[in-house]
Design a binder for this molecule. Structure first.
Ligand code: SF4
Length: 274
């Protein structure tokens, strides 16, 4: 567990959900996150993800049954210990794994956070979204009312290439972006540029053209692929699918970001003309 945050005692881990006691499956906690939203942040890495991104750095978060059970109140207690550090416009971020796979837990956590005036952020792939699932939508409506920012990771705009890269379709992910716009939840889009896989400028333009329609789009984070995750796969005895793919050249990244920005610009011009 990073940052020396103590794991709850064994007794705590073994406690089952009882009455209204809600627990989440947590991979780890990080008390000084600087890349997971605005300012310095307390970061909760939840356990469990249905995606299988070829470049995932955290394959140890995939297992839905792993992790440590924690109560929301325990997490808020850990936040409060260092709350002075988050006063620079920071707050609480839930990432993973996939936070929306534990929607009830995150809702309870954010309920407690909002009672204390904490800025709340979810970093999600959007894969759990399903516009045909009314009970889920009701839960998401409740969660989004407590969420200040969603960082939505769009892995690939092309449906087929998205499936190749992540083993999952992107239809619901793109619908989730539209849902966030409808709910007026601020959205940052994140996109990892992998040489030969997600760096085609036509698709990057298409990504920009897609997100350019949304009024809630507040930022675009274009991240370079790096190979640091490879060692983790080795240590877990897992196959690393991107073996031999070089890290993304940071100078070229500027051009790639420009392609996305051009797509955004084009869409916004069209919208203002209509
Ligand atoms: S969505 Fe995130 S946690 Fe899940 S496989 Fe992809 S990179 Fe890994």
């Amino acid at each position: 567990m990073p940052s020396g945050i103590p794991a709850p005692s064994r007794g705590f881990q073994n406690r089952r959900k009882c009455g209204n006691l809600m627990q989440g499956r947590i991979h780890s906690l990080e008390s000084f996150g600087t890349v997971d939203g605005p300012g310095t942040r307390f970061v909760v890495f939840v356990q469990g993800c249905p995606m299988r991104c070829a470049y995932c750095h955290n394959p140890d978060t995939w297992d839905m049954n792993g992790g440590t059970l924690m109560e929301p109140s325990y997490i808020i207690e850990q936040y409060e210990k260092n709350k002075a550090f988050y006063a620079n416009g920071g707050g609480l971020t839930v990432t993973g794994g996939e936070p929306l796979m534990q929607v009830d837990f995150v809702t309870e956590l954010f309920t407690l956070a909002k009672e204390k005036g904490i800025h709340t952020c979810i970093d999600s792939s959007g894969i759990a979204f399903n516009s045909n699932n009314t009970p889920l939508l009701l839960k998401l409506d409740k969660l989004m009312a407590l969420t200040d920012l969603v960082m939505l990771d769009i892995k690939h705009i092309d449906p087929e290439k998205h499936r190749e890269l992540t083993q999952q379709p992107n239809e619901n992910i793109l619908k989730f972006a539209a849902y966030l716009d409808e709910k007026h939840v601020d959205m940052w889009i994140r996109h990892v540029v992998v040489p030969g896989i997600t760096d085609d400028e036509k698709y990057l333009f298409d990504l920009g053209y897609f997100i350019g329609q949304f009024h809630n789009l507040k930022a675009l984070d274009v991240l370079p692929y790096h190979t640091m995750g490879e060692k983790k796969y080795e240590s877990l005895g897992m196959e690393y699918k991107l073996k031999g793919v070089p890290p993304m050249d940071k100078d070229k990244l500027i051009e790639k970001k420009k392609a996305i920005l051009n797509g955004i610009k084009k869409r916004r011009e069209e919208i203002s003309l209509n």
